[in-house]
Design a protein around this ligand. Structure first.
Ligand code: ARG
Length: 576
């Protein structure tokens, strides 16, 4: 049950009966304070203004037509024309009983959603900059799947372009010296540096590197083989990270830039046919007056270089067409940082003009800010280099293990290892996901690993506390199906919160701000703690019917936490 949608529907009916035109929405929102009811409808004011009527009177007229006999115990008009809705506890209990682990149920038609995320460049080590794309994109993939959509993950890795000529020429040298590729490429960062130094210092090597670029593009067998070796070792590095991170990307989701290579000439031909191409100093460009600067100069996107080579933008155009035409996407979401905003605006605009994406397909770039180190500048390692993701994640697990050893010395070593992984990785992911996506944020070990506040450990701990109640009671959590009785204000607030899960999921699916889900889970856990303080469960003297109702409430909260964290790619545990 989506309470908000249900109330909005009822309100809209009442508004019609009160002769308010259809284009005025009822504006139903959860109330900020309990004395304003559980929900409020704020649509009367705008309607009254345009109808030239007194807003309080109009609100009163809506209330008179409002059929919320079973849902509400009280309705009132407040302030300039708010309608406060106090929900009926019996009705709430019934709704909650019907769905212990609520799902989203927006009734929207299932869509095919292509999600382009993670997408590291294979020439280099995956670094912390890729962390945000990977975990935010993965959250949306899990969420939309849960809401019943068909999600197609696309890891648009950078596996093509001129730097690969240099890299495979260098790899060739290593192989000629009898080294194996895995060992030579163990540290991609220093491999890249070594290749670049040689490229700059040794003209013969530079010539060879350049000739390899040409050979790679024309499909030369040996050069392609070298490239494949490089590519697969580098991809393997990313897979190790996805594993550590509990990210749902698999090798089958890799659809890198190289995949589009054979299609690029056709993209150019089609742009030409659509009359979009211009020549500019030998290069082929598309001029976009839609994206003109404030002086009216059109934005220029290069799609083919003077030497005939294609660009990042060309393969992105091919990707849009593939995703629309072959994958049948209704919605395409790309998760990459804000610096690529102009690039993607250009790609989307050209794709529309060329007819690669009809207006019915939604093209979305979801940008995010930068992860900053404690000094407020982009995150670096102690030695000042770009931080390797793998090292960062290992450190997270080590720190978590230390904390857990202090917190619960009774945990066996094996169990502690498992819990440390879930807590450490969960903390890193949650710290990121709980910040407004578009802002920069400070990476702070102590804050993210704290058991207090809006953190993963706090939520995981709340979950384990509920599990321990069931252990103490000697009852299987999913075996309680007692009747829910809501009679304290703590139970009512907590019950409503549980029921709002579906609304929150839908909101995040639409607006793509995962921090909204994090805030929701944090509020839920905090309300649970209040309920736990106020409503005894296993104490002597608690009426068995109340005890079982409260256990059922506990289970609803635990399931909501578990499912919510799972959408964020974070695991729970029985104890910690
Ligand atoms: N490989 C790119 C980078 O690391 C990100 C690719 C994002 N996706 C896309 N379709 N352009 O910057």
């Amino acid at each position: 049950m989506n309470i908000r949608a249900h109330l909005a529907h009822k309100l809209r009916q009442a508004m019609s009966e009160a002769s308010i035109a259809d284009n005025f929405p009822p504006l139903v929102v959860p109330s900020k304070r309990p004395d304003f009811g559980d929900y409020q409808a704020n649509g009367a004011m705008a309607a009254a203004k345009s109808m030239g009527r007194n807003p309080r009177e109009l609100a009163q007229a809506i209330v008179e037509h409002l059929d919320l006999e079973t849902e509400a115990e009280r309705l009132e008009v407040a302030g300039p024309g708010f309608i406060n809705i106090h929900l009926n506890s019996r009705w709430l209990a019934e709704q909650l009983s019907a769905s212990v682990a609520p799902r989203g149920e927006d009734g929207k038609k299932p869509q095919t959603v292509v999600i382009d995320y993670s997408s590291p460049n294979l020439a280099k080590e995956m670094h912390v900059g890729h962390l945000r794309s990977t975990i935010i994109g993965d959250t949306l993939a899990r969420l939309l799947e849960r809401l019943g959509h068909k999600v197609i993950r696309q890891n648009h890795v950078g596996d093509w372009g001129t730097q690969f000529g240099m890299l495979i020429a260098q790899l060739e040298t290593h192989l000629e010296h009898g080294e194996n590729a895995e060992l030579a490429l163990q540290d991609l960062e220093s491999f890249y540096r070594e290749a670049k130094l040689r490229f700059d210092a040794d003209p013969d090597f530079a010539d060879r590197a350049r000739s390899y670029v040409v050979k790679l593009q024309s499909g030369d067998k040996r050069v392609r083989e070298l490239w494949q070796r490089f590519r697969s070792v580098s991809l393997h590095h990313s897979e190790v990270i996805y594993d550590k991170l509990n990210v749902s990307l698999s090798p089958e989701d890799v659809r890198g830039e190289s995949f589009y290579n054979d299609d690029l000439a056709r993209v150019l031909a089609d742009l030409d046919k659509a009359g979009l191409l211009k020549e500019d100093q030998g290069a082929k460009v598309v001029c976009l007056k839609e994206l003109a600067d404030k002086d009216g100069n059109p934005s220029v996107a290069i799609v083919q270089k003077q030497d005939g080579g294609y660009l990042y933008s060309t393969s992105d155009l091919a990707a849009v067409r593939y995703r629309v035409g072959t994958l049948k996407a209704d919605r395409i979401m790309i998760f990459v940082d804000a610096r690529q905003s102009l690039h993607l605006k250009q790609v989307f605009t050209i794709a529309r003009k060329a007819g690669f994406a009809p207006p019915t397909v939604s093209l979305e770039h979801h940008a995010f800010g930068t992860m900053l180190g404690p000094d407020g500048t982009p995150f670096k390692t102690r030695s000042g280099g770009t931080a390797k993701l793998a090292d960062l994640l290992d450190e997270a697990v080590q720190r978590a293990e230390k904390l857990i050893a202090e917190k619960d010395p009774e945990l066996s070593v094996d169990e502690r290892k498992v819990v440390a992984r879930k807590v450490g990785i969960g903390a890193v992911k949650y710290a990121d996901l709980s910040k407004t996506r578009t802002n920069d944020y400070l990476f702070n070990w102590d804050a993210m690993l704290s058991f207090e506040g809006n953190t993963a450990p706090y939520l995981q701990y709340a979950y384990t506390r509920i599990q321990s109640i069931f252990r103490k009671a000697g009852i299987q959590p999913n075996s309680v199906n007692a009747k829910l009785i809501i009679d304290s204000s703590e139970e009512k607030t907590l019950g409503i919160k549980c029921l709002q899960f579906g609304e929150v999921l839908e909101q995040v699916a639409d607006d793509v701000y995962p921090h909204v889900l994090c805030n929701y889970l944090y509020d839920l856990a905090s309300l649970y703690m209040r309920f736990y303080e106020a409503c005894p469960i296993l104490k002597d003297g608690v009426d068995p019917a109340i005890k079982h109702s409260r256990l059922r409430m506990c289970h609803a909260v635990a399931e909501t936490l578990r499912v919510g964290l799972d959408i964020l790619g974070i695991e729970v545990m029985e104890r910690m």
